[in-house]
Write a protein that binds this ligand. Structure first.
Ligand code: NAD
Length: 256
């Protein structure tokens, strides 16, 4: 039997076919999952809808995670359509362009709040609504993070601080939801060329640096994140929760 046969997964964070969330969706689809997608705004709907329809998805909904009413509606619709939910993928982050280029010390209050709200609080907003739909059957919630939460990565700035909050949230959510059989994990992915990555100044040199220094002497691709997501969200990862798993060609272990 396929690893996700009969499972229902809501995917938040597809912007286009390069999105990490899309690679995860493809991996899930190949293993038999039924998928629902959300998109942030009309412009992205044009990109997301054909992709979603291509994998047989019938649930394609708007969701700006800064708007509680949109988040609420997604889960109400999922409850009506599916009666329950097995998996949530949270692959969402945003910070103002200037906060990913100027020195961190110049971060504005508004820029800090925005990055935290979209990139960290949103996981809580999704988890608190997903958990009741998963309660009787167990479930898996997975988010995407980056090692800029652990070490200074020039230009990652406020996003690194938001990712540190996100990773701590993974542990607190895992503690809260574990008794209900809901697992919460994060993948800390190495740099991949995506729309979000294009917002980080000098992203090219991050790719170069990793390929030169990571134990595997290369960068990673989104499909490799998809495979790890499959492990964490299927029965293969049934005893894993509260974990931040690096998928980065080993880069994070290096001291020099
Ligand atoms: P992406 O641009 O394809 O995905 C980012 C998504 O966030 C987009 O779909 C965008 O619509 C969504 N988003 C932004 N603001 C939103 C809002 N207010 N409401 C709802 N959605 C919103 O880029 P990606 O690289 O696939 O990013 C996915 C996740 O992976 C992010 O959390 C990112 O930080 C993380 N990540 C990326 C890399 C990388 O190098 N690309 C590495 C590690 C972690």
């Amino acid at each position: 039997m396929a690893l996700l046969e009969g499972k229902k997964a809501a995917i938040f964070g597809v912007a286009n076919e390069r999105s990490i969330a899309w690679a995860i969706a493809e991996a899930f689809y190949a293993e038999g999952a039924e998928l629902a997608f959300t998109y942030a705004g009309e412009v992205l709907e044009k990109r997301v809808r054909p992709l979603a329809e291509g994998v047989g998805s019938k649930i394609i909904l708007p969701c700006d995670v800064t708007k509680d009413e949109e988040v609420e509606k997604v889960f109400a619709d999922l409850r009506d359509a599916w009666g329950g939910l097995d998996i949530v993928i949270h692959a969402i982050a945003f910070a103002n362009k200037e906060d990913l280029a100027n020195p961190y010390v110049q971060t504005s209050r508004a820029g800090f709040h925005l990055a935290m709200d979209v990139s960290a609080y949103s996981l809580i907003a999704l988890a608190q609504r997903a958990a009741p739909l998963m309660a009787e059957r167990g479930g898996a919630i997975l988010t995407l993070t980056y090692m800029g939460s652990e070490k200074v990565i020039p230009n990652y700035n406020v996003m690194g601080v938001a990712k540190a909050a996100l990773e701590a949230s993974v542990r607190y959510l895992a503690h809260d939801l574990g008794p209900k059989g809901v697992r919460v994990n994060a993948i800390s992915a190495g740099p991949i060329r995506t729309l979000a990555a294009a917002g980080i100044s000098d992203f090219k040199s991050m790719l170069h640096h990793v390929a030169e220094r990571a134990p595997l002497k290369r960068n990673i691709d989104a499909e490799e994140v998809g495979k790890t997501a499959l492990y964490l969200c299927s029965d293969l990862g049934s005893a894993v929760t509260g974990e931040v798993l690096h998928v980065d060609a080993g880069y994070n272990i290096m001291g020099m």
